[in-house]
Design a binder for this molecule. Structure first.
Ligand SMILES: *Cc1c(COP(=O)(O)O)cnc(C)c1O
Length: 589
């Protein structure tokens, strides 16, 4: 006998628009049938389990509503009707009904809870947390924070009131990265459309590996990636392939993987053991993920050659060619160049046309890491910064950076239509069945190294839909305009000094020299003292909560501040605030 023959038949009565608990005719019968389906095929209709479920069913919804009402008014005294008598009659038994509810199903008592939580998140995290009059961060030492927040997990669940308090405290003790004065990192702001998009994907909870479980998101990914390739300028209107990745770092790893497969296809089977070393070239200012992923993938960091940058942070092409020659002299194989379009610290754009020429000349894969600067492609005024990107074999582009989609939203794009699939597929028969009834070329999951995967596409598609190309363009142009305004102010204001006279992107690096150092000779002692200014100002800033800006040293340069702009709600007055605030925090240094 087939297992399916003993399986109870479904009744497709309930629609998501008509919850069974509110329908008068949804009787014991309906619920019993649902219950039978849920208990396994082995359960017979006379099992005690089923009886128990039937007995509870008629009263369940009213009890749930009543409990929910009590939870919300924080007034609990009703006792449990639950037949499994595990109640120990303590004073919050109604709360136990909810927290002891094991199914993850949004039954009636949860609706009030979900709505109340979402309301509070909107009020506290989305609006209050991004108001200029509030702190960016409420700082506490780790030991202190451990005391202030109830991290402990216990045998017994917590009542909903306590959970809501924990939500409020989580918001309170978290950094408000959507706050206009959070200019600390390469992402910031809260885009309302991206936020709603992200919430919807969390509600639907899809995994984008097969058309079967994510039909709409599969097609949406194709659409968005094709559009991005077209904007990059790949030939034939943007032909090729692409994927959404968990971060630009992983996207850079995909570039290495595709390059390796293309130039050494046998490596898919044999690995890199006993093979000729393959060499990756990138600049000394490139993102660390290139080296990290090369190590992760078995190349070894020795086989990532760092090319020196020039005085404005761009890869030196003469040095690149020298290193490629040296690699050939050693009998190694030059595999790829990972150029950077918008370096993480200085915001420099490598000469993509020149690098493209060298890649062609020495037959190397050309990758452009435009994780940060890629957003500039949306602007007619600034896309020239990435001239030559259309010649790349592959591109990393993070919409969660310059375009301000919420974390994470990263893409890997390639002009080659088949490489991702050829390189990564293993044809797992339990997920990518070839005998499905629909066109399985839409089961795109096998070209990823992930199995389950979030639908990061949706929030980006939704905000793109809301703003249009023109909206994204004006967003990008606004943040560039603010960066130019800020640069001009730094240039003219006493005590402030630019690291690069003309920064290309919206990250602006600068020193603040306090009055006590201004008359000093620019010797070793001066630089040692200047090196300590930024960390001290940063400490005061965080403790006050007034803003967050990052700092770092670079090669021989002492610590400098780096303003990073990608929030287009920032105005000129905010730029002045940043300078005033740094000046005031540095008082008496
Ligand atoms: C941020 C960044 C990355 C890494 O992206 P994640 O999404 O943070 O992993 C890679 N390259 C550059 C140039 C970056 O600025």
């Amino acid at each position: 006998m087939l297992a399916s023959e003993t399986f109870p038949a479904h009744r497709f009565k309930e629609s998501i628009f008509k919850p069974y608990s509110t329908s008068g005719s949804a009787s014991v019968d309906d619920l019993a049938s649902v219950n039978k389906t849920l208990t396994s095929a082995a359960t017979t209709s006379s099992s005690p389990d089923t009886h128990a479920a039937v007995d509870i069913a008629p009263t369940a919804s009213s009890v749930e509503f009543e409990t929910a009402r009590k939870m919300l008014t924080n007034n609990s005294s009703s006792s449990s009707n639950n037949s499994n008598n595990n109640n120990n009659n303590n004073n919050n038994d109604a709360k136990d009904d909810i927290s002891g509810f094991v199914a993850s199903h949004p039954a009636a008592p949860f609706e009030g809870f979900i709505r109340a939580c979402v309301d509070e998140i909107i009020k506290l995290a989305v609006f209050q947390g991004t108001n200029r009059s509030t702190k960016v961060v409420e700082w506490h030492e780790p030991a202190e924070l451990r005391q202030l927040f109830d991290f402990q997990l216990r045998d017994k669940g917590e009542p909903q009131e306590k959970l809501r308090e924990l939500l409020r405290e989580t918001i309170r003790f978290s950094v408000k990265t959507g706050h206009p004065y959070f200019i600390n990192q390469l992402y910031s702001g809260v885009d309302p459309y991206a936020l709603v998009g992200q919430w919807l994907t969390d509600a639907l909870n899809p995994s984008v590996y097969t058309y079967e479980v994510a039909p709409l998101f599969t097609l949406m990914e194709e659409q968005v990636l094709a559009e991005m390739r077209r904007i990059v300028g790949f030939p034939n209107g943007g032909k090729g392939d692409g994927i959404f990745c968990p971060g630009g770092s992983i996207a850079n790893g995909y570039a290495i993987s595709c390059a390796r497969y293309t130039y050494a296809p046998e490596s898919k089977k044999n690995g890199l053991f006993n093979a000729k070393p393959l060499i990756i070239f990138t600049s000394e200012d490139a993102h660390y993920s290139v080296e990290k992923l090369a190590m992760f993938m078995g190349f070894g960091s020795e086989h990532v050659v760092k090319i020196a940058t020039n005085e404005v942070g761009k890869m030196r092409l003469s040095d690149l060619e020298d290193q490629v020659r040296r690699c050939l002299d050693n009998g190694w194989q030059p595999l790829m160049v990972s150029a950077t379009a918008g370096t993480t610290v200085l915001g420099a754009f490598d000469d993509l046309t020149g690098i493209g020429d060298l890649c062609r000349k020495y037959n190397m894969w050309m990758h452009v890491d435009a994780a940060w600067g890629g957003g500039a492609l949306m602007s007619k005024k600034y896309r020239h910064l990435l001239n030559g990107i259309e010649r790349a074999d592959s591109v990393t582009w993070n919409p969660h950076k310059l375009l301000a989609a919420s974390q994470q939203c990263s893409t890997f794009l390639t002009r080659h239509q088949l490489v991702l699939g050829q390189c990564h597929s293993t044809n797992a028969a339990y997920l990518f069945q070839k005998d499905k009834f629909y066109d399985t070329s839409y089961d795109t999951g096998d070209k990823h190294i992930q199995c389950g995967r979030r639908a990061d596409v949706f929030k980006f598609w939704f905000m793109w839909k809301a703003k249009g190309n023109l909206g994204l363009e004006s967003h990008v142009e606004k943040v560039f305009r603010m960066a130019e305004f800020f640069t001009a102010k730094v240039r003219e204001r006493p005590g402030f000094e630019l690291v690069l006279e003309s920064p290309e992107c919206t990250n602006i690096s600068f020193w603040y020299v306090p009055p006590s150092l201004r008359t000093m000779e620019r010797d070793r002692e001066f630089y040692d003292k200047l090196h300590k200014v930024a960390p001290k100002v940063k400490e005061r800033m965080i403790k006050k909560g007034s803003m967050m800006i990052t700092y770092q040293p670079l090669r021989q340069l002492p610590n400098f501040f780096r303003l990073v702009l990608q929030n287009s709600c920032l105005e000129e007055s905010d730029m002045i605030y940043f300078l005033d605030e740094i000046e005031s925090l540095a008082k008496n240094l």
